[in-house]
Design a protein around this ligand. Structure first.
Ligand code: SAH
Length: 263
């Protein structure tokens, strides 16, 4: 990354600042230039379990790393603790990179962390990342919108409280749109059943993509009637994204990323 090819549009990382940085969906080449540069300039990187090893390999040796990853039911550090840690590290005068999978403001609790920084009077910047839906759509061969099939695309959390259903299923089951569920894989049978119960044909194409854009990417495509069984048979576990809509029908023809062929 030469300075002449990519002129700087922002100041270098500043001591006592927090940079809330989107790491993208996994492939380190999907980091923004700004993210890559901030990783080189950081004193400390605070990161989640969704940030893959290949991205962490871009952090220079010697830079302090603090893991605050959490899985659905097993919080390594509660959100309040993460917020406090960021404030504390910034007040020590460090250049703090808070690295999050995908985009920090899409199901990333970035808003909560920034609210805390504002309240504490800590200076910060937010650097967007490629969210999982965009990265996976591209790498799996699923255009999220398409003039023939989908005029809208909805990102929704499938992490249903206590297994109960508080989503607007009627809205999600409309035709001519693509619905992307984050954090929904453990609720997949409920999600497919509710979409059909609210009017989508059982034959609607649907896909699950695990660890998209990485060498471990796996794609299972089926329809709403058969997807849960196909995913179970394939042994897919989180993190995975569910994509529902007619655009998924294009996947077999448009898929181009075959990580098993990669060197
Ligand atoms: N801020 C992140 C989303 C965090 S929520 C973003 O913008 O992408 C975590 C969920 O994101 C996971 O449960 C999964 O549904 C999805 N996800 C993130 N990275 C993924 C990947 N590489 N492959 C598949 N799903 C992914």
């Amino acid at each position: 990354m030469s300075e002449s090819a990519f002129p700087r549009t922002h100041a270098p990382a500043r001591p006592g600042w927090v940079y809330l940085v989107g790491a993208g969906p996994g492939d380190p080449e999907l980091l923004t230039l700004r993210a890559a540069r901030l990783l080189l300039e950081a004193d400390v990187v605070v990161y989640d379990n969704l940030v893959g090893q290949d991205v962490m390999a871009c952090v220079p040796a010697g830079v302090e790393r603090i893991y605050v990853g959490k899985k659905a039911s097993n919080h390594a550090l509660p959100q309040a603790g993460i917020n406090a840690l960021l404030v504390e590290q910034a007040r020590l005068g460090k250049r703090v990179v808070r690295l999050k999978g995908g985009d920090p403001f899409i199901f990333g609790r970035g808003g909560e962390e920034v609210e805390e920084l504002v309240q504490a009077g800590v200076s910060f910047e937010v650097i967007p990342g490629i969210t999982a839906a965009a990265g996976i759509g591209a790498y799996a061969g699923i255009p999220l919108t398409h003039r023939d099939f989908a005029q809208a695309c909805i990102f929704v959390t499938g992490h249903l409280k206590d297994g109960s259903v508080d989503l607007d299923w009627a809205m999600l089951a409309r035709r001519k749109q693509t619905v992307v569920f984050y954090m929904g894989i453990t609720q997949l049978p409920t999600i497919c059943a509710e979409l059909v119960a609210h009017g989508l044909p059982a034959s609607t194409p649907a896909a699950v993509v695990r660890r998209g854009t990485t060498r471990a990417q796996r794609v299972v495509t089926a329809d709403l009637a058969t997807l849960p069984e196909a995913v179970k048979a394939a042994g897919i576990t989180p993190p995975a994204l569910i994509i529902v809509g007619d655009v998924v029908g294009l996947q077999p023809r448009l898929a181009w990323f075959h990580p098993e062929d990669a060197a």
